[in-house]
Design a protein around this ligand. Structure first.
Ligand SMILES: NC(=O)c1ccc[n+]([C@@H]2O[C@H](COP(=O)([O-])OP(=O)(O)OC[C@H]3O[C@@H](n4cnc5c(N)ncnc54)[C@H](OP(=O)(O)O)[C@@H]3O)[C@@H](O)[C@H]2O)c1
Length: 236
């Protein structure tokens, strides 16, 4: 008797227009997954649109600015009948990395902290019911979010925002510790993207295929872990 076909798993990637999120979308397609990726609104064509054109319908694009709760409610409504095997919030931003914390303009501080710490958690809180009980919920943190490893300063607001994200994700996972669900905060390494800049140590190809393998394996391990792109634990 022929074996019943396994359903194709699907990942929802928040912030997949370009850079690491776009590369994750491509990599998951390569693993045979279906992908729903979000971009910010408007008519701008992104690398994700080009990827969708070659995906034979396996990559769908939705719209979300993570700093707009009204858009988040619309997205939830739009996807309410769907179930995802992985939810991953990749979207993030930074400011002028040289500015010491005491000299950071308040507007810059608010933008980075809201975009990197508050909004990803809002997304996760609102969309969590779309994830299957055995599905993984993750967010793109950074090695810069490690308090232990901060021996060089610089990027002070960015570091603070990712450390805050780590703390908020920890609270979220503790609230769900009786579910057996897997949660992850990822540190992709310093990667050459618009955010990482040209001096970064890694290419996207050196980081993201490894990072995706780490996510696929992490699905089997309940609880929250803070891992780098090679699967190594990052000290909090
Ligand atoms: N590159 C690195 O070295 C590095 C290292 C550690 C961690 N990370 C983290 O990895 C993630 C991706 O970074 P990247 O290097 O790929 O940067 P990137 O090339 O600048 O891409 C940033 C992504 O986040 C999206 N985004 C920013 N603000 C958003 C918002 N308010 N709503 C929705 N989407 C938003 C961008 O969308 P638009 O195209 O609409 O702007 C874009 O898709 C970030 O969380 C970053 O902090 C990067």
């Amino acid at each position: 008797m022929p074996r019943p076909e396994r359903p194709v798993p699907t990942i929802l990637i928040i912030g997949a227009s370009r850079g690491l999120g776009h590369a994750m979308a491509a990599e998951f397609l390569g693993h045979g997954w279906n992908v729903v990726g979000t971009v910010r609104g408007g008519t701008r064509r992104t690398p994700l649109h080009d990827l969708a054109d070659t995906s034979q319908g396996r990559l769908e694009i939705e719209v979300l600015d993570i700093n707009e709760p009204a858009q988040l409610a619309v997205l939830h409504n739009q996807l309410s009948e769907r179930r995802f095997d992985m939810l991953f919030v990749n979207a993030g931003t930074t400011n002028n990395e040289q500015t010491p914390i005491g000299q950071v303009p308040t507007d810059d501080f608010v933008t980075v902290m809201v975009t990197n710490a508050l909004s990803p958690m809002r997304v996760i809180e609102v969309l969590q019911d779309l994830v299957t009980p055995t599905g993984l919920i993750g967010a793109m943190s950074s090695g810069q979010g490690s308090i232990t490893n901060n021996t060089t300063a610089l990027r002070e607001v960015y570091r603070g925002s990712k450390a805050a994200l780590n703390m908020f994700m920890r609270s979220f996972s503790v609230r769900q510790s009786d579910t057996g669900r897997a949660f992850v905060l990822m540190a992709p390494g310093w990667v050459r993207t618009d955010l990482g800049g040209p001096a970064a140590h890694l290419t996207i190809e050196e980081s993201i295929p490894n990072l995706v393998n780490v996510l696929l394996v992490k699905r089997e391990r309940p609880g929250l872990e803070y891992l780098d792109y090679l699967g190594r634990t990052v000290p909090w």
